[in-house]
Design a protein around this ligand. Structure first.
Ligand code: FE
Length: 134
């Protein structure tokens, strides 16, 4: 996320720390990455919605989830207007960072090696998501 950007949902670092687990805070608010293969959402195949674990905004429909074999929950398309992106030059790579459009929390990255119809792979930290089955 762009630290200077403002989002509809804004909370102080202290408020986020109170609401989130330490792992959620690290990934969502400090641009962390969960260890590959650790999210229970990798094996989530039911229909439903994936929401932002920080603010609850709907981010992905389960119909756009696929198994990328990366060890992280992956999707080929977000819901309209749900996410924002920024350039991430960390770790000597140029990647596209993905964050929640409503609260700015870091979700993961998007790569141009996904399946049709978008050709995109939204590689998400499971800890950044909350699944709501329908
Ligand atoms: Fe959010």
């Amino acid at each position: 996320m762009n630290d200077k950007a403002t989002f509809p949902v804004h909370k102080t670092e202290e408020e986020w720390r109170k609401e989130l687990t330490s792992q959620q805070f690290h990934v969502l608010r400090e641009h962390g990455t969960e260890h590959a293969g650790t999210s229970p959402l990798n094996d989530e195949h039911r229909p439903g919605l994936f929401r932002c674990a920080a603010c609850g905004q709907e981010l992905f429909n389960a119909t756009t989830k696929y198994d990328s074999c990366s060890g992280w929950p992956s999707f080929f398309k977000p819901l309209d207007g749900a996410i924002g992106t920024s350039v991430d030059n960390r770790h000597f790579m140029r990647r596209t960072e993905v964050h929640c459009a409503r609260c700015g929390s870091h979700l993961g990255h998007v790569f141009p090696d996904g399946p049709e119809p978008t050709g995109l792979r939204y590689c998400m930290n499971g800890v950044s998501l909350k699944f709501e089955p329908v």
